[in-house]
Design a binder for this molecule. Structure first.
Ligand code: ATP
Ligand code: MG
Length: 449
C-alpha cells in the first residue's frame, strides 16, 4: 500500500480510537490521554469513520468536516494523529478492513490497541468479521456513564474465553459527554463550551454544521449584526452605547482618511469587548490565552483588556484579520508604529459622539478631521497626565506613541528644535545619528559584523 502514514512503518505500539467524531469532544480526548498514560503507545491514532455502518441516521457533518474537527482538537497533543483512511474510503467502512490495512503498514509484531467505548463494545459481535477482529489486536474497553459495568465485565470475560481475545478495561473517570448531546445543544442554541475544544466549536459554528441556520459569511454585514447582538447581551448599556458611538465615528474617520471602512467598523465594535471582565477573569484569560504581561500590565491588570479584546475578537467573534487585532490591542495606549487604522480606532474611542465632556474633547474633535496626529497627541497627553495624577505607571507604548506622533506634527516644538530634530532624524535613518546603534557599537569598540 502506498501509505501516507509513514510514521506507522516504524510504530511498534499504536492505539487506535475509531469513532464518528460528530463532533469530537473532550470525552474522546480524556479517553485518549488515559490510554496513553496506561498503555504508553508510541502514537494515538484517531480514526474518523467514513460512511458509518452502525449509524442508520448517518452523521450530520461530512467526513471531511469530522476529519478537520479531529485535527483541530488534537493538533496541540504531540502523540495524537488523525487518519483520513476511512473518511477517504469509498463505500461502507469497517473496522476489520481498517485494521488489516494498518497491520500491513506497521512492523509485523506491532502491538495495536483498539480503543472502544462501552456502548460500542457491547455490540462488537455485530461488526464485520468480529471473530477474526477479536484476535487481530488488543482491545481497550472504556466504561461510559449509563452503561452497566457488570455487564461489560461479563462480556469481556465471555469474549476472552470464547475467542481467546486480549481485552483490557480502562480504569479512568467516567466522562458524561456524548456527541449526540452536543448536537442537541447546538441545535437548540444552548452552550457547548465546556464539552469540546474551542477550535472545534469555532469550526462547527463558522461552517454552520449543527446549527439550524448557517453562520453568515465571515466579515459580512450579517456577521457584524450577529457580533453586535452577542456584545449587547453582556456589555452594560453604557459600554454598548459607547461602542456603537465609536463604530459611527470610526466609519466616518475611515471614509475621511481613505481607510477600509469595514475594518474600522469591526475594530471599533470589538475594541472594548473584554473591558468589563473582572480583574480575576482578565488575569485568568491572560494565562489561558498566553497573553504576555510586562511589569506595568502585571501591576495594572485592568489595562490588559485591549490585549484580551484582540484575542477575543479571534476566539469568540471569528474575526481573523491581524490589522483589526492590532487596532484593538493598542487602542488605549497607542504604540510606536501606528497604522492609520490604529489611529482611527484610538481617536474614535476618544471623541465618539456619546462621550461625556472632558478636557480636551472639544479641541480633539476640532482637529480630528484636519490633523489626526495632533488630535491624538492631545488625547495621549491628557491620558498620561490623568494616569500620573492617579500615581499609575505610564506604559512605554504610550510614550512611544507620543514620541512618534510628534514626528508627524510641524509645530509641536519651537522652530529651532524642530529643524535640528529633522536633521538628527535624517542622520539616524542612515545610521549616523546621535543614538544610532552603529555609532554606539563603534564607540564601545564592538565590531559591526
Ligand atoms: P454519538 O453520541 O454520536 O454516538 P459519541 O459521543 O458516542 O457520539 P463516537 O464518535 O460515537 O462519540 O465515539 C467514538 C468512540 O469513543 C466510541 O468507541 C465511544 O464509545 C467512545 N466514547 C465517546 N465518548 C466517550 C466518553 N464520554 N467516555 C468514554 N468513551 C467514549
Ligand atoms: Mg457513539
Amino acid at each position: 500500500m502506498g501509505s501516507p502514514y509513514d510514521y506507522l512503518e516504524r510504530c511498534n505500539t499504536l492505539a487506535v480510537l475509531g469513532g464518528t467524531f460528530d463532533p469530537i469532544h473532550l470525552g474522546h480526548l480524556a479517553v485518549a490521554e488515559a490510554v496513553l498514560n496506561r498503555f504508553k503507545p508510541q502514537r494515538m491514532l484517531f480514526m474518523p469513520t467514513g460512511d458509518p455502518p452502525h449509524k442508520p441516521s448517518g452523521a450530520t457533518a461530512t467526513g471531511q468536516q469530522r476529519y478537520q474537527m479531529a485535527l483541530a482538537a488534537t493538533c496541540t497533543f504531540p502523540a495524537f494523529d488523525v487518519s483520513a483512511l476511512e473518511v477517504n474510503r469509498i463505500g461502507q467502512s469497517f473496522t476489520f478492513d481498517t485494521l488489516k490495512e494498518i497491520r500491513s503498514v506497521c512492523p509485523t509484531n506491532a502491538v495495536i490497541y483498539l480503543v472502544i467505548g462501552a456502548d460500542a463494545f457491547l455490540n462488537i459481535l455485530t461488526w464485520k468479521n468480529a471473530e477474526t477482529l477479536l484476535t487481530m489486536c488488543e482491545f481497550v474497553t472504556v466504561p461510559r456513564p449509563g452503561y452497566d459495568t457488570e455487564k461489560l465485565t461479563q462480556h469481556i470475560h465471555d469474549l476472552t474465553q470464547k475467542y481467546n481475545a486480549s481485552i483490557h478495561m480502562l480504569n479512568a473517570p467516567l466522562v458524561d459527554i456524548s456527541s449526540t448531546e452536543i448536537r442537541r445543544r447546538f441545535a437548540s442554541g444552548e452552550s457547548v463550551k465546556v464539552f469540546l475544544p474551542q477550535a472545534v466549536q469555532d469550526y462547527a459554528v463558522i461552517n454552520g454544521i449543527y446549527s439550524p441556520t448557517p453562520f453568515p459569511r465571515l466579515m459580512s454585514r450579517a456577521h457584524f449584526e450577529w457580533a453586535k447582538h452577542k456584545l449587547k447581551a453582556y456589555l452594560s448599556v453604557k459600554r454598548f452605547t459607547h461602542t456603537m458611538g465609536t463604530v459611527k465615528e470610526a466609519e466616518r474617520l475611515a471614509k475621511h482618511y481613505g481607510e477600509d471602512v469595514n475594518r474600522a467598523r469591526w475594530a471599533a465594535l470589538l475594541h472594548d469587548c473584554a473591558k468589563e471582565y473582572s480583574a480575576g477573569k482578565k488575569r485568568m484569560l491572560c494565562q489561558q490565552w498566553g497573553v504576555p504581561l510586562d511589569e506595568v500590565l502585571k501591576a495594572q491588570i485592568d489595562l490588559t483588556y485591549s490585549l484580551l479584546g484582540a484575542e477575543s475578537a479571534r476566539r469568540d467573534f471569528f474575526v481573523y484579520d491581524e490589522a483589526i487585532h492590532q487596532a484593538i490591542r493598542y487602542h488605549t495606549t497607542g504604540h510606536g508604529h501606528m497604522t492609520m487604522l490604529d489611529k482611527i480606532i484610538m481617536l474614535a474611542d476618544y471623541i465618539e459622539p456619546y462621550r461625556e465632556a472632558y478636557f480636551p474633547l472639544q479641541q480633539m474633535r476640532e482637529l480630528a478631521y484636519t490633523d489626526i496626529n495632533k488630535a491624538l497627541i492631545l488625547g495621549t497627553k491628557s491620558t498620561i497626565a490623568a494616569e500620573k495624577t492617579r500615581n499609575n505607571p505610564i506604559h512605554r507604548w504610550s510614550k512611544d506613541a507620543l514620541r512618534e506622533l510628534k514626528k508627524f506634527v510641524d509645530d509641536d516644538k519651537p522652530n529651532k528644535d524642530k529643524s535640528k530634530e529633522k536633521q538628527n532624524k535624517r542622520k539616524e535613518d542612515k545610521g549616523y545619528g546621535k543614538h544610532s546603534k552603529w555609532k554606539q557599537r563603534i564607540r564601545s569598540g564592538k565590531g559591526t559584523s
